[in-house]
Design a protein around this ligand. Sequence first.
Ligand code: ATP
Length: 228
Amino acid sequence: MSVLRFDNVSKQYGGGHTALSEVSFDVAAGEMLFVTGHSGAGKSTLLKLIHLSERPSRGTVLFREKNLLKVRGGKVALHRRNVGVVYQDHRLLADRSVADNVALPLLLRGLRRGDIAKRVRVVLERVGLGARANALPTQLSAGEQQRVGIARAVVTEPALLVADEPTGNLDPTLSAEILALFESLPERGTSVLVASHDLGLVKRMRKRVLVLNQGRLVDDIRPEELAE
Ligand SMILES: Nc1ncnc2c1ncn2[C@@H]1O[C@H](COP(=O)(O)OP(=O)(O)OP(=O)(O)O)[C@@H](O)[C@H]1O
């Protein structure tokens, strides 16, 4: 089953600037892929259309076969429950512990405290931060903070995780660790779409790569084409 489909999607911002132009692609359930391209190529715009922070000017975005054009008003929040988002600057609450930050999406869903504590514990173990649950984000390294951001995004077990330059501030070793963490998610049923301008890093992962150039999808490289 396809978890995500872009069908001839274009996006013009106010002022007429074209950020995406007739982009079409499909993401299968459980697939991990990258979208890459130079600064301004349209990567963030593409992710925003999935998360409904922006709407297409033309074309359709289907999420689990449902046309996102029809997702409006109160349904937007419901849609976002199925899409985890990881930001480059992770956007953690500085005055809340690591565990509280990760618990937040579950609190918003009205889960019971006992269930929340259990799920937070499990997900923090998975990202290697089981021992730092009570620390404040400022007491963590940049890589650890990013892992908290990932834990928060996956604690709800979304169908799709989108990440915008998740390794932007990290050194190559930490970047590889973070990407390995993403790589483990499809096994648990979450598809993963990562935007990165770092083509070298992306190629090393040997995953499918969508290449954007000035808003156009100019290449859709399959893993077997990246093999040496
Ligand atoms: N809110 C906006 N209003 C007008 N133009 C915008 C807006 N957001 C983005 N753009 C323009 O759309 C184009 C694509 O931007 P986008 O942020 O999607 O690119 P990107 O590939 O993510 O770039 P970067 O790697 O620098 O983050 C750029 O030319 C940008 O200036």
